[in-house]
Design a protein around this ligand. Structure first.
Ligand code: NAD
Ligand code: IPM
Ligand code: MN
Length: 354
């Protein structure tokens, strides 16, 4: 089959890591009858510089027409003026909304050989294998009203945390379906002791759970969850939560794996295309140095093969090569080693061929 893949390298280390994911995909292609057709487009700060907006309608349409979208990262100090109403991150939000990818899957698994790279004790880390399902197109990020205004001579700002029953139901349902093929436990994370939106979330989660008697549902407050992620991370299987809680908790969870540079994600809706991106950002502090960890991006490409292109075998080829590379002691700087982005990728490629 022929697959159209839109590449959105973005800013900072985005272009450096996406190039490596493409290199890996071109190697995988040789093992199959499938053909990947890549086209590169602008998003984020580079799109602001070229077009005055973080995502053009043309680029969004190109993404819509493709089989899958691979994204590096957006943002950077150049576009960080808090008073500017054009920001790189708007492009990413518009893309997620435009593609209707409401479910962001962020798997967090600790490789045994990397336990020493995490600040947590090894006994805490053994058996950590969770999947965070982050709601991606609702909640605080998108709720209206949103914006700034002058009230009584003072500037005020508002963001709105709003969810409909349907938005909650579809993400919770997907989490239960995913849990069925795992350890059959869903932890729904909310702030139901304070937030009305969380109380609706909890009610809908309980309703959905009736259709999944084989899966355990537990509710956990987000502050407790952030503590449990470091005190008993292996107790989690699937975590489902609203947009911003999921954003914050996954950066925290990434520390378990040794580095944020390791974590991939898949953003899915009801149809084509899926969006695949590492959870990390544009890492301005190391951009241009050739030392970024490409693993989060490469594993995102593997998730693309699995979820959008139905290439499970090839997804596993990449994941196993990455696992072997880590087991053999290859490390970029963030993992406590000294391999460059290029060298780490070469090591992974070598193990695809083994
Ligand atoms: P960041 O994720 O870019 O970086 C946080 C820290 O982790 C930095 O020290 C960085 O060097 C390190 N790091 C991240 N990815 C790495 C990798 N692959 N290899 C090695 N080290 C890595 O977060 P930040 O610095 O708070 O944000 C920078 C910019 O990125 C901001 O503009 C933010 O909005 C944006 N951002 C974008 C995305 C995205 O595009 N999906 C995600 C998060 C942040
Ligand atoms: C992420 C990022 C984004 C988010 C930003 C850049 C909009 O932090 O993908 O985790 O908050 O969703
Ligand atoms: Mn984030």
């Amino acid at each position: 089959m022929d697959f159209q893949i839109t590449l959105l390298p973005g800013d900072g280390i985005g272009p450096e890591v996406i190039e490596k994911a493409v290199q890996i995909l071109q190697i995988i292609e040789k093992f199959t009858d499938n053909r990947f057709h890549f086209s590169k487009e602008l998003i984020g700060g580079c799109s602001i510089d070229a077009n005055g907006t973080a995502l053009t309608e043309e680029v969004l349409n190109a993404c819509r027409q493709s089989d899958a979208v691979l994204l590096g990262a957006v943002g950077g100090p150049k576009w960080d003026n808090p008073d500017s109403n054009i920001r790189p991150e708007q492009g990413l939000l518009a893309l997620r909304k435009g593609l209707k990818v409401y479910a962001n899957l962020r798997p967090v698994k600790v490789h045994p050989a990397l336990m020493a790279a995490s600040p947590l004790k090894e006994e805490k880390l053994s058996g950590v294998d969770m999947l965070v399902v982050r709601e991606l197109t609702g909640g605080l990020y998108f709720g209206e009203p949103k914006g700034r205004s002058i009230i009584n001579g003072q500037e005020h700002a508002v963001d709105t945390l709003i969810y409909s029953e349907e938005e909650i139901r579809r993400i919770v349902k997907m989490s239960f379906e995913l849990a069925r093929n795992r350890r059959k436990k869903v932890t729904s994370v909310d702030k139901a002791n304070v937030l009305e939106s969380s109380r609706l979330w909890r009610k809908v989660a309980m309703e959905v759970s009736r259709d999944f008697p084989d899966v355990i549902l537990e509710h956990m407050l987000v502050d407790t969850a952030s503590m449990r992620l470091v005190t008993s991370p292996s107790s989690f299987d699937v975590i489902v939560t609203e947009n911003m809680f999921g954003d914050i908790l996954t950066d925290e969870a990434s520390v378990l794996t040794g580095s944020m540079g390791m974590l991939p994600s898949a953003s899915l809706g009801n149809g084509k295309p899926g969006l695949y991106e590492p959870i990390h950002g544009s890492a301005p502090d190391i951009a241009g140095k050739g030392i970024a960890n490409p693993i989060g991006m490469i594993l995102s490409a593997a998730l693309m093969l699995r979820f959008s292109l139905q290439m499970e075998k090839e997804a596993l080829m990449i994941e196993q090569a990455v696992n072997r590379t880590i087991a053999d002691g290859c490390r970029t700087a963030d993992m406590g080693g000294s391999l460059s982005t290029e060298m780490m990728t070469e090591e992974i490629i070598r193990r695809i061929h083994e």
